[in-house]
Design a protein around this ligand. Structure first.
Ligand SMILES: C[S@@+](CC[C@H](N)C(=O)[O-])C[C@H]1O[C@@H](n2cnc3c(N)ncnc32)[C@H](O)[C@@H]1O
Length: 312
């Protein structure tokens, strides 16, 4: 692994916001010998590395954004991420398809929101590492004036944030370093880029599983939506406990030292949309949400559900 996306593209860098103030310092130290369940990554193992990581990035512990990037074919991941990514994939080979299908869902949802729904503002929390088609690129292809605030708490995402800030001149992009569990900070920082008196699409793609307790997770989404006006939308997708292999693979992932990821039932995913008007076809496996025409008529089963809802 190693070939992947070039995240070095420079664009119009609007701003990187750290609600606590300040900017990240980037040092150069690289010393790790990751291991998991007695399997060590040694200097003779052939894992790809993206180069010397900044000192604030811990490459001895696997990380969600970097493992996700590995499954998506990106290069911004380290041997420990590749080790755990391979272990999970061995137990659950469909994880790679699921990661890709989740990104494809995101693209269709953003296309719908900026197109048919006429949304011009996006708040994308749990952005992940920049990849082939980021939210602002999809939205601004529909309407160049779209404004996007990205939010993540991973220092590596911050390092690559310039690739998320290549806004059209008519629109705007900002990156906010903040925690999902602090919705008030997210909303007040987002207000620097978005007009929160006008509709916003809240994007939560593959992040809510990082909140273990379902009631707490539902509460965070409600608090974020409370800060957005009528006519705003929620687009949410997440992994589900709908197959044994998926559950077993996530159990293994959760033992790896990475911040745990919790699968939910389709009904619990649907609960995020309580009080919203669901857009057709509702909360469904994410390959089935307004799929693009498939000349082969194939649609693989998937352990992940997604939906789009409108705040009345
Ligand atoms: C599985 S990745 C999904 C990335 C992207 N949304 C996508 O669909 O490709 C989860 C992302 O959520 C971020 N994340 C995890 N916990 C978070 C938290 N408490 N606050 C903010 N971001 C978080 C991770 O850093 C990672 O970038």
């Amino acid at each position: 692994m190693g070939a992947g996306f070039d995240v070095g593209a420079q664009g119009r860098c609007r701003e990187i916001l750290r609600p606590g103030g300040g900017r990240s310092s980037v040092g150069l130290e690289f010393a790790y010998r990751p291991s998991w369940k007695g399997i060590s990554v040694t200097s003779s193992d052939s894992f790809a590395t993206p180069g010397e990581p900044p000192s604030e990035i811990d490459t001895s512990v696997p990380h969600s954004a970097r493992i996700w990037n590995y499954w998506l074919g990106g290069k911004d991941n380290y041997p420990i991420d590749q080790l755990i990514g391979n272990q999970v994939r061995d137990t659950y080979p469909d994880i790679v398809f699921a990661a890709q299908a989740s990104r494809h869902y995101l693209a269709r949802a953003v296309r719908y929101l900026a197109g048919e729904a006429g949304i011009r503002q996006f708040l994308d929390v749990g952005t992940g590492l920049p990849t082939a088609d980021n939210t602002h690129e999809i939205a601004q292809r529909q309407a160049p004036e779209c404004r996007i605030a990205y939010v993540d708490n991973d220092p590596l995402v911050l390092v690559h944030a310039n690739a998320l800030l290549t806004s059209t001149p008519e629109g705007a992009c900002a990156y906010i370093e903040a925690d999902l569990k602090d919705p008030d900070t997210i909303l007040s920082a987002a207000a620097g880029t978005l007009d929160l008196s006008r509709p916003v699409a809240l994007i939560l793609n593959g992040i809510m599983g990082h909140v273990a307790d379902t009631a707490e997770a539902h509460g965070i989404v409600r608090r974020l939506l409370d800060g957005l006006p009528s006519g705003s939308y929620l687009s949410l997708s997440d992994g589900t406990d709908t197959s044994e292999a998926s559950v077993q693979a996530h159990d293994e992932y959760n033992e790896s030292g990475a911040v745990p990821y919790n699968l939910r039932s389709p009904e619990e995913i649907a609960g995020f949309f309580d009080g919203l008007e669901l857009v057709e076809p509702g909360v469904v496996p994410f390959t089935g949400w307004r799929p693009d025409p498939d000349p082969f008529g194939s649609q693989q089963e998937i352990d992940g559900y997604a939906g789009v809802g409108r705040k009345p």
